[in-house]
Design a protein around this ligand. Structure first.
Ligand code: HEM
Length: 414
């Protein structure tokens, strides 16, 4: 039986075990190896996830859940859960950026920031950002790809994301350096994110890491002091100013965009390309191009590039019959919660239970969701816009990276 069919036919518990075990040589197996290469603990967590429904306590880790409804309820409960105390990503950022993070990331300032920035990435502005930042480079890549040249999609994804960051933050780059300038910007974002590596169990950073991270943030946002008052409205800096954000809010948001929207987006692009081939769904998509949007959604679901979301408990709260105590840590296993629905199918309809859990939920729901979708749609157009398929020539999984991703994925038209 083909892997996808076997997965779909299996009962839920067996299905998640099949996925976590990385069976066969199909999409699930490659995804499993990719997760393991990034962080060896990830497949173990995913495997544990099969028991974490509705919610389960793991000694040394805290509470874990892979139930989409419980997950959403937790992420929608700011009265009892926070990302600011130890165990949450806000705690990391407060040590790097300063105490104002407590207001802007999860306090009253966060609500204000989200209210004012909600128009930042709409479907329309996202499509414009993609065309502006990528248009020429994508057309160049597509022409070469369709003419038969091999394409390292993982490398191209990093270049594209670097270009997007450059445009959004209005970062100065040296045009003479070509793609290398953008590879470097991506790598800088990666270095910043890697500071969070190894913090699954502890978010207290040692002083040397704090100093390192502060240097990187300065490198990425130092220019904003000078350009804030004059940045063009098609940059995030200019839009932030027009939306009434302060300089400090703009710098904070820029850092967030850099960390939240670089590795995740690049990860999804190459993994989508690989999964289409590995699952055997590419030929069905070529026959039914009207399912491109479903393909993007499915790629986000099965890859879930942010595989877990951490919070800590502020005040005792009962969840699905279990008592979570103040100070406990909670981990939402988004990858497991999303994958339990079954294998990648290019035309799988929207799953109301899961909604968009790959983008989180509640007040911290991904701000860049529409941009990520527009980016994936543009990459899909590059891959299959001419109605012809492609094959994977070679691949290399990224090792010890925060966000599981291909280090290299070489594809070629067939
Ligand atoms: C496939 C790509 C992406 C995935 C899977 C993803 C996933 C997520 C998730 C799960 C969260 C919630 C984290 C939490 O609750 O702790 C989040 C937050 C966020 N994302 Fe994304 N993201 C992606 C792309 C982007 C892009 C392209 C941008 C913008 C350039 C972006 C900007 C943000 C921001 C600013 C937040 C923080 C929102 C807040 O705290 O209010 N993301 N993202």
């Amino acid at each position: 039986m083909p892997v996808a069919a076997e997965l779909d036919a299996a009962p839920r518990e067996r299905r998640i075990r099949l996925i976590a075990d990385g069976i066969g040589s199909g999409a699930a197996a490659h995804e499993h190896r990719l997760l393991r290469a990034a962080r060896p603990a990830l497949p173990v967590l995913n495997w544990l996830g099969q028991f974490a429904r509705p919610i389960m306590k793991v000694p040394g880790l805290g509470w874990i859940t892979s139930d989409p409804v419980v997950a959403r309820n937790l992420l929608n409960d700011p009265a009892h859960l926070t990302l600011l105390s130890e165990g949450g990503v806000g705690h990391l950022w407060a040590q790097i950026l300063g105490d104002w993070v407590y207001d802007l990331f999860d306090g009253p300032g966060h609500h204000d920031l989200r209210t004012r920035s909600k128009e930042l990435f709409t479907e329309r502005t996202s499509a414009a950002f993609v065309e502006h930042a990528w248009g020429d480079r994508l057309r160049e890549a597509r022409a070469a790809f369709e003419a038969g040249e091999r394409l390292d999609l993982a490398d191209l994804s990093r270049i594209l994301v670097g270009r997007m960051v450059t445009q959004l933050l209005g970062l100065p780059v040296d045009p003479a350096r070509g793609d290398d300038a953008y590879r470097d910007i991506f790598a800088t974002g990666e270095r910043l994110a890697s500071i969070a590596l190894g913090t699954t169990a502890d978010t207290q950073l040692p002083p040397d890491k704090i100093a390192l991270a502060r240097g990187i943030v300065d490198e990425l946002t130092g220019h904003i002091d000078d350009v804030f008052s004059s940045a063009a409205p098609d940059t995030v800096i200019g839009r932030c100013r027009e939306l009434g954000l302060t300089l400090q809010e703009t710098k904070g948001l820029s850092t967030l965009l850099m960390v939240a929207g670089t590795e995740t987006a690049a990860s999804a692009m190459a993994r989508m390309a690989a999964i289409l081939v590995d699952s055997g769904e590419l030929s069905r998509l070529l026959a039914h191009p009207e399912h491109r949007d479903d393909t993007v959604r499915e790629a986000l679901r099965v890859t879930s590039p942010a595989p877990l979301i951490g919070r800590s408990v502020l005040a005792d709260v009962e969840v699905a019959g279990r008592m979570l105590r103040a100070g406990d840590r909670v981990m939402v296993l988004t990858w497991t919660a999303n994958n339990v629905a079954g294998a990648f199918r290019m035309d799988r309809p929207y799953l109301p239970h899961n909604r968009q859990l790959w983008f989180g939920a509640g007040r911290h729901l991904c701000l860049g969701g529409p941009l990520a979708r527009a980016e994936l749609a543009a990459v899909l157009e590059l891959l299959v816009g001419d109605g012809r398929g492609y094959r994977v020539v070679s691949r290399r999984y990224g090792r010890r990276v925060l966000i599981p991703a291909y280090a290299s994925l070489v594809v070629e038209k067939v």
